[in-house]
Design a protein around this ligand. Sequence first.
Ligand code: SF4
Length: 328
Amino acid sequence: MADNNIFRLENVKVWFPVQEGFFKKTVGHVKAVDDVTINVKRNETLGIVGESGCGKKTLGKAMMLLEKITGGHVYYNDDGTERDITTFNKDEVFQFRKKVQMIFQDPYSAMNPMKKIYTEMEEPLIIHGYKDRAEREAIMEEALKLVNIPVDYLFKYPHEFSGGQRQRVCIARAMEINPKVLVCDEAVSALDVSIQAQVLNLMKDIQKEKDLTYVFIAHDLSVVQYMSDRILVMYLGKAVEMADSKELYDNTLHPYTVSLLSAIPVPVIDREKNRIILKGDVPSPINKPSGCPFHKRCDKCMKICEEVEPELKDVDGKGHFVACHLYD
Ligand code: SF4
């Protein structure tokens, strides 16, 4: 079973110090990701959802070593050997980054407006040691074909593309060094809805063709449902529920996930009646409540919830994980 995981995260923490005063004394920590233990299976799409500030982006960045991991381990395995990326030296990080690439939310700011697409796409190849210009051009052309962009567009500037085309160029740029994993950070949220569908379908086709694994971070639950094989729900830096996509939507267990899913708009006039509006605000990640991090907003809160933090457990023995005392 472990061999089927391309990533395995064990008690991962990403904490940022809060400093005060002239001597910058550390007076606390923002616990952006707090003790998260999950896995990502080979060739799957793992969707990560949650409100702003829940830690989903930070978790994605930690998996790429773009954020310093404060505690725990991130194991990566694409060739049968599991290795802890938190112990990598500089060269190993460089090699690892070839295999795990990121697609950013805003394709325009992910490119230099002063540079032609040719330069944008050539730079990563030069960095990764492709010395022969003809070889670089062949790779760039193949990557553009993969995302259905004409090859002569290499000589255009980013502003000459539509939003959807720009995001497809970003996907081509990520694909040209043959990664195994794409971490997609709100990859379609800056696009019009009609363009979103095109880009999502293209990403699904590329995944099949290239045997890719996606970590798909988004706040749009409909998009996540469409893209994901499994979904992880995060709240206040914690993993609160994880299951197969269909199981999560059909048999939602955690009260927070229930409220999140109730917010998906559907074309039914009286749906508003079923919407669950959470009370209060998300607590501060610097000063988290004791017990269950959701207990101050949960309408099913019990005495134990205020005192004991629930563990993420496989409650049906088939991979539906939930951290809630209702299922102890
Ligand atoms: Fe609600 Fe308690 Fe479950 Fe937390 S553990 S989600 S407070 S029922």
